[in-house]
Write a protein that binds this ligand. Structure first.
Ligand SMILES: Nc1nc2c(c(=O)[nH]1)N[C@H]1C(S)=C(S)[C@@H](COP(=O)(O)OP(=O)(O)OC[C@H]3O[C@@H](n4cnc5c(N)ncnc54)[C@H](O)[C@@H]3O)O[C@H]1N2
Ligand code: MOO
Length: 394
């Protein structure tokens, strides 16, 4: 068996190559840019008014009051007049500044009688309320770089520069295959000896939260031929396959054998960790395959520790990967030497508490937790106040 650290090193060394696609800008939120972008134009692309008011020459306002309001210039005006000395133009926010004007006054600071405009000259400074061409961005400026996460403000910024498509790292397609004769989908009656299938719900939810396209296969019973057929079908159209259950050593655990028969190259099988000891990771060509241990708590722990960071890396979200934080432990905790323990915890008031009900068949503590605490392999006893590694789940 290998350590958590070794497993992660092996896995991250064998991740499929990221794929680059071009998407509509409106579909790019949450994705990572795969290209550097330079501004194709100045923004603003013309001098324009920041206020509803009047445009004029500052010098006239000092010497030639009242001025004559000769033109009206709404936003979107194309044919602009050229103002002569003593003339002003009614202008609105976003409208281009006509020739002969260098200043805008907001209408609240003016008085108007017929076409004559009066301004208190000392309320105005030269250049007021003019948004100059290129005052945000100049043509040719580098505005975004490979690796940047496209958040809503960045999407709007790029739209404002005229981009309608961008190149991004493609999110991998993930397929979930649940195995186990005892499993019944929620919504159906439960017979004796049966359990509701919950892990596909957990995994699908976690993947959807990440914006990953997910397909769920029908539950497959514990039969080598059936499992093999289902895995083969699932591999047909996925970049990452998650099989849950059937990966341990029981007489009805066929997933490992099925992987072998289908030519999946094993990266590792079994890790010195609890829960999730029988985790399997493998590759077939450019596809990544996980055999997630069936206990629902193990499945989700392995997802958070191994699958999610892999997906983030494939999507170019390197920086968003694994970053545990050190938090003070609220009480003592004892564990077995020789295994890393991932423990459901709750961080509040700068402390982390170990929740009860840690067994991997239970989901009640997981449902209440906001983090996994990683207690290292080489230590047995942790005491109140120790700084421990916390992986937040949000
Ligand atoms: N002799 C040994 N037995 C077991 C070992 C071991 O090392 N030696 N490891 C144990 C550990 S740890 C785990 S974890 C489990 C993993 O077993 P499998 O991956 O083969 O999973 P199953 O046997 O199919 O199921 C385990 C358990 O989880 C329930 N389950 C499975 N899938 C789902 C699902 N989609 N939704 C809800 N519940 C699910 C299933 O009913 C079983 O109760 O092996 C231990 N045994
Ligand atoms: O490791 Mo198993 O995942 O303990 O239940």
């Amino acid at each position: 068996m290998i350590s958590v650290q070794e497993a992660k090193e092996i896995l991250f060394k064998h991740l499929p190559e990221p794929k680059i696609i071009t998407v509509k800008l409106e579909d790019a939120v949450g994705l990572v840019l795969a290209e550097d972008l330079a501004a194709p134009l100045d923004v603003p692309s013309f001098d324009n008014s920041a206020m509803d008011g009047y445009a004029f020459s500052f010098e006239d306002c000092q010497n030639r009051l009242p001025m004559v309001v000769k033109y009206t210039i709404p936003a979107g005006t194309v044919d602009l007049p050229e103002l002569q000395s003593g003339e002003a133009a009614r202008i609105f926010t976003g409208a281009p500044i006509p020739k002969g004007c260098d200043t805008v006054v907001m209408q609240e600071l003016t008085s108007r009688k017929d076409d004559f405009l009066s301004i208190e000259a000392d309320t105005v400074k030269k250049g007021d309320h003019i948004r100059k061409q290129a005052s945000q961005t100049s043509m040719g400026d580098q505005v975004a770089q490979v690796g940047w996460l496209l958040k809503p403000a960045m999407i709007g910024f790029l739209a404002g520069l005229g981009f309608d498509r961008v190149s991004v790292f493609r999110p991998p397609n993930v397929t979930i295959l649940t195995s186990g004769k005892e499993l019944v989908s929620p919504g159906n009656p439960l017979g004796f000896g049966q359990v509701y299938e919950s892990s596909s719900y957990t995994l699908k939810a976690a993947l959807r939260e990440m914006g990953i396209p997910v397909t769920s296969m029908p539950i497959v019973e514990d039969d080598l031929v059936r499992i093999q057929e289902s895995i083969e079908t699932a591999l047909g159209n996925s970049d990452i396959l998650l099989v849950t259950g059937g990966i341990s050593v029981g007489d009805f655990d066929f997933v490992n054998q099925a992987f072998k028969n289908l030519g999946v190259e094993q990266l590792f099988y079994k890790i010195r960790q609890k829960p999730g000891k029988p985790l399997f990771a493998g590759k077939r060509e450019n596809q990544l395959v996980f055999g997630l241990p069936g206990n629902p708590g193990s499945t989700l722990t392995c997802f958070y520790q191994y699958v999610k960071p892999s997906i983030l890396k494939i999507m170019g979200k390197e920086a968003a990967g694994e970053k545990p934080q050190l938090v003070s432990l609220e009480g003592d905790f004892q564990k077995r030497l020789g295994l890393t323990h991932f423990v459901k915890g709750l961080v509040s008031n700068q402390e982390v508490k170990v929740l009860s009900d840690q067994e991997s068949y239970k989901m009640n503590a997981f449902a209440q937790s906001n983090c996994l605490i990683e207690f290292e392999e080489t230590k047995e006893m942790f005491v109140k106040g120790d700084l421990v590694r916390v992986h937040f789940l949000d």
